[in-house]
Design a binder for this molecule. Structure first.
Ligand code: 2AM
Length: 509
């Protein structure tokens, strides 16, 4: 095969994400060799797309795929996350993959698997894990891409990744309109950047998804409060969300919420579809991974975890229906100003969202020391401005915050966000108070507020808690009037005599 005919990149796994990513790459003038385990899928795909700018090369076998790609080869794997990724990589190795070749796992793999794979396959290939966000449409016209792997190898992937990623306007930071097939977006800043070594890209993608969980939950709680307290119809609320989408809350999720709320039910056109959708949320697990990781690292990402629990609670539909007949809540009807409540809910949503993102970024900070990564937080926020599900104007503000202070301890401490919460927190608090009085469950609003108040408290009740631990388990305590690290224990209950509190440094959990 003549060199100029060789493909720029290969792709394995032609389910919808794989097909769309291949078409996106080909739209940008790159030649893509494609393979699928079930050969007919590949043949149908090639037949359906005879005319792409870069060209697609169908390969029926992996050796054929390997022979069709320029060296060092770049091969995207988009198969089901889990053992299939290893099976395909090992098969490629058996079939002649070389040590300089790049294998890029673009599935939703657990970051620890990517860390493991990068080690396992070192010397056989350069293994990359790239988060891809934006769903099927993103993959087709411009996703947010979060690549992690060998820094030296990134240069080989960079031109393609930058070409196919979503683009944002350099002036406004807003996503540039999605392209049409064969007409890629030209110009703009690409929503991709090298994230870090081994599993860093997949880790950051997981955090993106954790944030997505809480973002969606907060929006749903805002809808639920206004629906219940104001009896607002879905199409009225659609207008409210559409209005919010023109302000600080401008985001993809708010935009689709407005669309969803005005959607009539095709089967019952005099009503709205949202009212006929069963209130049980499903999940694929990335929110849970984020929460488990937060617990493992001891980072208070309570609002993110709350969003996962809220889905869990929603799934107990039958139990909730039964409990609703037995458990009593308060009698309440909202008698205040409607517009004021709507504005307050918007502010509560914004403040809670700030806390949610603060938690996501805190997790990434902790993961840096856990996994020896070095993140550029401004760059991570910047590549989430377009292409991905959480894309939002808000992410420009976060980008600005980390550009001002790259090692910012917590987003809440940034001057812009500090001021935002200072300005609007009283309305946030009133919304949470009203929800409590009305007996309407808004766990994410409440959890975010508890985080805010906890984080800004110099004093928490953990003094009492630690005393309890020392009382029943001799777990020791530190004293406010002694240097940190000096441990004390008391034989509880003891008379008030200082000599009975003995210094004790050997005890732990
Ligand atoms: P298939 O069409 O042959 O099922 C999503 O499941 C994609 O991953 C599909 O393209 C599927 O191929 C592919 N896939 C899943 N498991 C695989 C495996 N073990 N080896 C190769 N491809 C696999």
């Amino acid at each position: 095969m003549a060199t100029e005919k060789l493909a720029d990149i290969g792709l394995i796994g032609l389910a919808v994400m794989g097909e769309n990513l291949a078409l996106n790459i080909a739209d940008h003038g790159f030649r893509v060799a494609v393979y699928n385990r079930t050969t007919q899928v590949m043949k149908d795909f090639i037949a359906a797309n005879p005319d792409t700018p870069g060209g697609l090369v169908g390969c029926a076998t992996l050796p054929e795929l390997l022979a069709a790609i320029k060296k060092p080869r770049k091969i995207i794997i988009l198969v089901k996350a889990g053992p299939a990724v290893d099976a395909v990589t090992r098969q490629l190795m058996d079939d002649g993959l070389e040590k300089d070749d790049l294998v890029i796992d673009c599935g939703n793999s657990l970051w620890t698997d990517t860390i493991r794979r990068e080690k396992d396959y070192a010397g056989h290939c350069r293994f990359f894990g790239s988060g891809v966000s934006g769903g099927e449409i993103g993959a087709r016209f411009g996703p947010s891409l979060m690549p992690g792997g060998d820094a030296q190898a990134w240069q080989h992937l960079e031109p393609i990744w930058k070409a196919i990623a979503a683009k944002v306007d350099p002036e406004t930071g807003k996503a540039i309109e999605t392209a049409k097939p064969g007409q890629p977006v030209v110009g703009g800043i690409p929503c991709t950047a090298y994230i870090g070594e081994n599993g860093a890209g997949h880790y950051v993608k997981m955090i993106h998804n954790g944030i997505e969980y809480i973002d969606m939950q907060l929006i749903s709680e805002a809808y639920f409060l206004m629906r219940n307290l104001l009896g607002a119809a879905p199409d009225q609320l659609a207008q409210t969300f559409a209005r919010w989408n023109e302000g600080d809350l401008d985001s993809y999720l708010i935009e689709i919420t407005a669309d969803i709320l005005k959607q009539r039910d095709p089967q019952k056109p005099d009503s709205f579809l949202v009212d006929h959708i069963l209130d049980t949320a499903q999940q694929k697990g990335t929110g849970k991974w984020t929460s488990v990781n937060a617990l493992d690292m001891g980072i208070p990402a309570n609002a993110i975890a709350e969003a996962v629990f809220a889905r869990n609670l929603s799934a107990l539909k039958d139990e909730r229906v039964e409990a609703s007949k037995q458990l009593v809540g308060p009698e309440y009807s909202y008698s205040g100003n409607r517009e004021e409540l709507i504005d307050s809910v918007r502010d509560a949503l914004y403040c809670s969202k700030i806390c949610a993102y603060a938690q996501g970024f805190q997790l990434m900070r902790a993961a840096e020391s856990e996994y020896k990564w070095k993140f550029d937080f401004a760059s991570i926020a910047a590549i989430w401005r377009g292409g991905c599900i959480i894309r939002a104007h808000f992410l420009q503000k976060i980008t600005d915050a980390y550009r001002r202070e790259p090692r910012l301890l917590n987003l809440l401490l940034d001057p812009y966000f500090k001021e935002q919460i200072q300005k609007t927190q009283s309305r946030w608090r009133s919304v949470v108070a009203i929800a409590a009085q009305a007996g309407i469950a808004v766990p994410a609003f409440m959890s975010a507020l508890a985080y805010y108040d906890g984080y800004r408290s110099a004093q928490l009740p953990a003094n009492l808690l630690q005393a309890q631990r020392d009382y029943f388990g001799a777990h020791t305590y530190e004293r406010t009037d002694q240097p940190r690290g000096r441990l004390f224990h008391l034989d509880w209950p003891a008379p008030d005599r200082p000599e009975l509190a003995i210094a004790n440094s050997g005890k732990s959990d």
